[in-house]
Design a protein around this ligand. Structure first.
Ligand code: F6P
Length: 534
């Protein structure tokens, strides 16, 4: 623990230092930034100084990040609780062989990718048709990693969407599938059932509902279903033609799966060429992550900033604030990526984690969030490290003035968080309004911003498919590095199981087919009320 102790001591020593004072060093902004393929990460508005960064880098070195990183890329079984390799990186670089247990796993990847491309092209050109003509709409039914990635990316890349419209159904709440399907024509809709396991109750229930919806209107519903899964026996049992089933292997984790068949809805929407650019962006970030020295390595630096703020400074949450409306689903996507990966209380070896697990991740796009929760970020009692994302330019050249305003707001927020407004300034403001004495003091105190609140800014040229690929791979590797430093397995998710098991047991109780023996009083009372008996 000595590197951790060093970091805690360093933090204790400098915790009250003004971040702004670090800019007395005119070179700070450049020295505390790093770049990869046109993307800039600025972490200078944090309380990390050169000595602190050295300690953090030493922490990463000492945790064996480099060896673990290599182990991941070469197909070692680093998901040790499930005995699996972790090779989503192979999906974005299928031309380079990777061996798992001596077997090159990439030939099937290339075949599946080629089949996806043919399928997507045929749909986009109208060569493959629905029973009522050209496919106009694609509905992806999936949840978690089989939904959040493509849903986020389809919105992010909407300026490139020139294929059938993409829709997403995830929630088992019938309202979701109802509302998505209601305006669609079953005869021109393709349903993709996306589930790694093909057992997830929400997805299978929604898939059944969609099949019934289709059955009333077209002669052969199966012809308008496709599936994405690792469980080809189950897709066959569901009745989906193997020609429209796109398989993948268990070494692709659900929340890391959008680069392969789970991205089919995205590929259909933007086309195989744009999808290839998305993969290339991910691959470029992989190459950067694998080769750049830690001190200039974006995923490593972002991870170290995360560790500094959460485990060292004790800030339990972090806000992801994209100043990019089309990234409005990014926070939800990152919630799964980060919290399902690093929300663990047990280390890889089964011992208790000696520090807090990964942070609570939340956020909304700016500028909307400014008019909602930024009050708390600026003046609340807790410090919330903020991660801003911003494009140099948008996709709307006619609205460049709006992009300028967006950028001004983004930069202003990080500046305001750091700079704050001291009491003297607030007093002067109130005096200028004519206030005096106790009333001046009272009003001034409400207008104080403590400042010294840290943030990072990720600046990218424009939200293209390539850049989105870079951003997502950056966050994936950041989560990986944080996980290695914490000594946890970022690739399992045992914490989702208990609730699923209990839900399966409760459904018959709600139906009145089981008596709920052993349930607590609260649950029983709620069940009774739901059954109209309480
Ligand atoms: O319940 C969590 C989870 O297992 C996620 O890890 C996964 O992304 C999601 O459910 C969906 O799983 P599947 O793709 O197997 O339906």
């Amino acid at each position: 623990m000595s590197r951790w102790d060093d970091l805690h001591r360093h933090h204790e020593r400098f915790r009250d230092r003004a971040i702004l004072s670090l800019f007395d060093d005119a070179a700070r902004a450049g020295a505390f930034s790093a770049e990869a393929d046109g993307m800039l990460l600025d972490y200078s508005k944090t309380n990390i100084d050169a000595a602190g960064r050295d300690l953090l880098l030493a922490l990463a070195e000492g945790a064996g990040v480099a060896a673990r990183r290599e182990a991941m890329f070469i197909g070692a079984r680093i998901n040790e609780t499930e005995g699996r390799a972790v090779l989503h990186t192979a999906l974005r670089n299928p031309a380079t062989p990777v061996f798992v247990d001596g077997q090159d796993v990439t030939p099937p990847l290339r075949q599946t990718l080629a089949r996806m491309e043919t399928f997507a092209r045929d749909l986009r050109t109208g060569r493959a048709r629905g029973q009522g003509g050209r496919i106009t709409d694609v509905v992806n039914i999936g949840i978690g990693g089989s939904d959040l990635g493509p849903a986020m990316a389809c919105l992010a890349l909407s300026p490139y969407a020139d294929g059938p419209r993409a829709h997403f159904v995830s929630n088992v709440d019938g309202a979701h599938v109802h509302d998505v399907l209601a305006p669609l024509d079953p005869a021109t809709t393709l349903v993709i059932v996306a589930s790694k396991t093909f057992t997830t109750i929400e997805t299978m229930t929604n898939a059944e509902t969609a099949r019934r919806w289709m059955a009333g209107k077209v002669a052969d519903p199966a012809r308008q279903f496709a599936a994405v899964s690792t469980a080809l026996d189950r897709t066959a049992a569901f009745g989906i033609d193997p020609a429209r089933v796109f398989g993948f292997e268990d070494w692709v984790g659900g929340r890391y799966s959008m680069w392969g068949p789970v991205g089919l809805s995205l590929m259909i929407a933007i086309g195989p060429d744009r999808f290839a650019e998305f993969l290339a962006g991910g691959a470029a970030m992989d190459a950067h992550f694998r080769t750049a020295p830690f001190a200039r390595n974006l995923p490593v630096l972002l991870a170290l900033v995360g560790i500094w703020h959460n485990q060292i400074c004790g800030h339990a949450t972090r806000a992801v604030l994209p100043y990019d409306q089309r990234l409005s689903r990014l926070p939800a996507y990152l919630q799964q990526l980060e919290m399902e990966s690093n929300g663990k209380r047990v280390a890889m070896d089964g011992s208790d984690l000696p520090f807090p697990s990964g942070p609570v991740v939340w956020g909304e796009p700016g500028t909307n969030g400014q008019h909602a929760f930024y009050q708390l970020i600026h003046q609340g009692t807790r410090v919330i490290p903020c991660e801003f994302l911003l494009a140099v330019s948008g996709h709307e050249p006619d609205l460049a003035h709006q992009h300028r305003l967006l950028a001004a707001n983004c930069l202003a927020q990080s500046e305001a968080l750091m700079r704050g407004r001291p009491i003297e300034v607030a007093r002067a403001m109130m005096a200028a309004k004519g206030l005096r004495g106790a009333e001046l003091e009272r009003q001034a105190r409400h207008r104080v911003f403590p400042g010294n609140r840290p943030s990072t800014t990720l600046l990218y040229p424009r939200l293209t498919p390539f850049v989105l690929g870079q951003i997502i791979a950056l966050y994936e590797h950041r989560v990986f590095v944080e996980g290695v430093i914490l000594g946890i397995n970022s690739f399992d998710q045992w914490g989702v199981e208990l609730g699923k098991e209990l839900a399966v047991a409760l459904e018959p109780v709600l139906k009145g087919e089981a008596d709920g023996a052993g349930k607590d009083g609260s649950t029983l009372r709620l069940v009774a009320r739901l059954r109209g008996k309480g």
